[in-house]
Design a protein. Structure first.
Length: 82
């Protein structure tokens, strides 16, 4: 199983979209373990959206959709305006 997830940094009003087979460890990496990369700069992150997929291929396809302009618009309008 693979999870597509959207993280939000309230402090910096940033979003991050990714996929993983281990969401708990991935979130720990984004918030504590990683020492370099995009997410290190905008900690702390909270999960605001997830979708589960049976295959990695499906997860990658959905991740790409969410990273598109339409996907980011969906995230900003539907998830952050609640």
């Amino acid at each position: 199983m693979f999870t597509v997830y959207v993280l939000h940094s309230k402090q910096f009003n940033k979003i991050y979209i990714g996929y993983t087979s281990d969401l708990n460890n991935r979130l720990l990496s984004h918030n504590q373990l990683a020492t370099k990369g995009y997410t290190v700069k905008f900690r702390p992150w909270e999960i605001i959206y997830t979708e589960i997929f049976a295959t990695k291929t499906e997860a990658i396809k959905r991740e790409k959709q969410l990273k598109s302009a339409t996907g980011r618009d969906f995230i900003r309008r539907q998830l952050l305006m609640q």
